[in-house]
Design a binder for this molecule. Structure first.
Ligand code: ADP
Ligand code: ZN
Ligand code: ZN
Length: 738
């Protein structure tokens, strides 16, 4: 006992980024006053042979705990003087850890940019600005005519009586020094805490539907509510966002705007900067780590007012939270598909609830869940039915291509329409969701096909690089000239990819310019922006691409959109496929047309009578969603039930299957019968990157039951006999059953 008295009274409970769902106890660092340590600060601790960075979650009194104090280690260092995460932030992350059944330490650390995870200091560089002194205000620039650089700087400063930031004066270094020495200017540290939105850019005059939407959301500022803004591309959603944001800024509140990576373009950022005279930061994968750190800290400290970011920006701490906006809310990129698998949309809603602020979801094709929540009156629906500027909706046409002559996936009737449109100098957009030259190479002699050695998948031909590539595991090899099996030289491409269509198009339309947009052509930094500029400058006759085309960009000069192959989306085993196909069709179609040039949409199909297609095209997205939701209700599928998918993989096929059998037995001993168990079954792609994959689907009409089962089941998995021979993961609310 006497020995214990030498110890401090407080113990730190720390979350560490390790795959164990528990906290770790440490003494506060020696030499550190324990009462200055607060939850939300980062801490460095010894862990095994190394040190780890964690987050203090709680401080507990030695009297209140049953910890073996003799075994407790000392933390090495507290890294922050103030908590980086607030109590509300910690509460959200703890909720997310429980809801997604993912270890708290890993969840907590995903809230930080990499630099902070690595323990680097949480400080922003001091920003310096220069102001004229009284003497400088009175000085005549002419007095400096023998020092032209100083003279120029003085005039510049006199044109900016409120001062200029150092960052705006990079080429004036030596002149700055001279004017400082002469006492004409002085330095001051920029105070960016308060912003002045009064001299922001003028908003457009809202049309009646926009007005209604804007007022409805402004009305909810200061309390929790979810609004769903449904409006096609070009209907003025962004304008609605901006006018609501203006109100939040007037109240000195911060706004977090989340978008899919691909729609976060420099143009959008520029539009925001033009409208709002407040500090705006971005947070996405194209920025470097320092830029991301600074953006994060500026929001955390209240120095920036708006953050435009992707999924990973969701957890950014906000000093004065006012509003969260999620654009393209249906987009699957809001779901993180590995590690900590969370839905940024669902967590954004939970976060808004905890913060008591509104959240605004926007989309032309809302997710079925959101429409379901509107029907249940949990969300308020706001609609923009017309395109701003009066553009008309495009006309759809199902083109039956059965028995029609085809050239590389382009039917003769489609080619005929293209000829007309192109002769009229209008733009055509072609969509095919498959990149590469052809999805497989086949031997005409013996039937050999280019299978991937590691996956249940084919290797795709990339003709320009003369390589075969697996799109699932990344393995590649030179394109064989002779069949590896029979040495025959008659190897042929089978099927279509965007690269092949581009090739065919250049033969059919030799004098037309073609731009292909897919992952292969836009890998280089800035290349996508370059192509988009060319398209907007009218330098492209035919635009061809994958789903990249379905997102964010609007091509007003396009008057014909053709989807070359929609049939492959009609026969998926995943019940989400119909929803995704409908969204994709409407989104691609919505890229085109404006007031003076109405758009036309052609869908090539061999299934012209398919009920899904006819409902969508004849009655529209809303009717289609109602029909599909009705089907899901009858089948007991989400959102009428709740799912969790347990995925398991190993180097052989037997172990994961056997492991899941054991899991199944455990479940049977725990389950009250209110959760349905489906499987174990092989994953739709049973082998990927050399791993054999199996899965077990849990489904319940009661969310609580499902989570209760997971709570009791998951801690037991590690004890199962084969647990250390397999890798497993849980996906709560899976959107992709692969
Ligand atoms: P969305 O976000 O739905 O794609 P935007 O807000 O970007 O739509 O608007 C599309 C175009 O219409 C933009 O060029 C925008 O400036 C213009 N616009 C939006 N609202 C109005 C309005 N009320 N009056 C005039 N033009 C508008
Ligand atoms: Zn062969
Ligand atoms: Zn592969």
């Amino acid at each position: 006992m006497a020995k214990c008295d030498a110890h401090p009274k407080l113990i730190l409970q720390i979350a560490l980024p390790v795959p164990l769902d528990r906290l770790f106890d440490y003494w506060p660092p020696e030499q550190h006053a324990p009462q200055t340590i607060k939850p939300g600060m980062r801490v460095k601790v010894p862990f095994g042979k190394y040190s780890k960075i964690g987050v203090v979650l709680r401080l507990i009194n030695t009297d209140d705990c049953r910890i073996d104090l003799k075994r407790l280690k000392w933390a090495e260092q507290i890294l922050d003087t103030e908590p980086l995460l607030s109590g509300k932030d910690l509460q959200l992350l703890q909720w997310a850890s429980r809801y997604y059944h993912h270890p708290l330490g890993e969840v907590l650390l995903t809230a930080f940019p990499i630099n902070l995870r690595q323990g680097k200091p949480a400080i922003l560089p001091v920003e310096i600005s220069y102001m004229l002194t009284e003497q400088g205000q009175l000085a005549q620039a002419a007095e400096l005519k023998r020092a032209p650089k100083q003279q120029a700087l003085l005039s510049l400063m006199q044109d900016h009586p409120r001062g200029m930031p150092q960052t705006a004066l990079p080429e004036h270094k030596s002149a700055l020094k001279s004017l400082l020495e002469k006492g004409l200017i002085r330095e001051s540290v920029i105070q960016t805490g308060a912003y002045n939105p009064i001299n922001s850019g003028k908003p457009l005059s809202a049309n009646p539907e926009q007005r209604q939407a804007i007022d409805a959301v402004i009305d909810t500022l200061g309390r929790f509510s979810v609004s769903l803004l449904q409006g096609v591309t070009g209907s003025g959603k962004t304008e609605v966002y901006m006018q609501v944001i203006a109100q939040a800024l007037q109240r000195q509140l911060q706004v977090l705007v989340l978008l899919p990576e691909i729609t976060l373009t420099p143009q959008l950022e520029a539009r925001f900067r033009q409208r709002f005279n407040v500090p705006i930061v971005c947070f996405h994968s194209k920025l470097n780590e320092t830029q991301r750190l600074h953006a994060w800290l500026k929001m955390q400290q209240g120095q920036a007012a708006i953050m435009l970011g992707t999924r990973s920006a969701l957890f950014t701490p906000l000093k004065k939270p006012g509003l969260i906006i999620l654009d393209e809310e249906h987009d699957s990129s809001f779901k993180q598909q590995e590690g900590f698998r969370f839905s940024a949309r669902d967590v954004a809603i939970s976060r808004s609830k905890m913060l008591n602020i509104p959240v605004l979801l926007g989309s032309a094709t809302p997710s079925f869940e959101s429409l379901f929540n509107v029907a249940r009156q949990r969300y308020q629906l706001l609609t923009l039915t017309n395109r701003a500027g009066n553009a008309t909706d495009p006309a759809f046409q199902l083109l039956d291509i059965r028995n029609k002559p085809m050239q590389s996936g382009l039917s003769e009737p489609l080619l005929a329409v293209m000829h007309d449109i192109l002769a009229d100098n209008q733009q055509v957009l072609l969509f095919l969701n498959r990149r590469g030259f052809a999805p497989v190479q086949i031997c005409h002699g013996c039937g050999w096909v280019s299978r991937c050695g590691h996956c249940d998948a084919n290797m795709v031909i990339h003709a320009t690089e003369q390589r075969l590539r697996c799109h699932h595991c990344g393995s590649e090899q030179p394109l064989p000239k002779r069949c590896p099996a029979c040495k025959n030289a008659e190897l042929q491409p089978l099927g279509l990819g965007t690269e092949r269509i581009e090739h065919t198009l250049s033969e059919i339309f030799p004098d037309k310019s073609i731009i292909r947009l897919d992952k292969d052509t836009t890998q280089r930094k800035g290349s996508l922006e370059g192509y988009l500029e060319q398209i907007h400058a009218g330098q492209a006759d035919i635009i061809l691409g994958t789903q990249m085309l379905a997102k964010g960009h609007h091509f007003p000069d396009v008057t014909l959109v053709a989807l070359l192959d929609i049939d492959s989306g009609l026969f998926s085993v995943d019940f989400h496929a119909a929803e995704k196909l409908a969204q994709m069709i409407v989104q691609v179609a919505g890229r085109a047309g404006r007031a003076d040039k109405p758009g036309r949409v052609i869908l090539q199909t061999r299934q012209p009578q398919h009920p899904l297609l006819s409902c969508l095209l004849n009655q529209g997205y809303q009717a289609f969603a109602s029909m599909a939701l009705q089907e899901r209700k009858q089948a007991g599928l989400p959102p009428y039930s709740h799912q969790a998918l347990l995925r398991v993989h190993a180097k052989d096929a037997h172990t994961p299957q056997q492991f899941l059998q054991n899991v199944l037995q455990t479940i049977q001993s725990l389950n009250s019968g209110k959760t349905q168990v489906l499987g174990p079954v092989p994953a739709p792609m049973a082998r990927r990157a050399g791993q054999f994959r199996f899965q077990l689907l849990l489904q319940s009409t009661q969310r609580k039951e499902l989570h209760h089962l997971l709570d009791t089941l998951l801690p037991q998995l590690a004890q199962l006999k084969l647990a250390n021979q397999v890798r497993w993961s849980v996906d709560v609310d899976p959107v992709d059953l692969y």
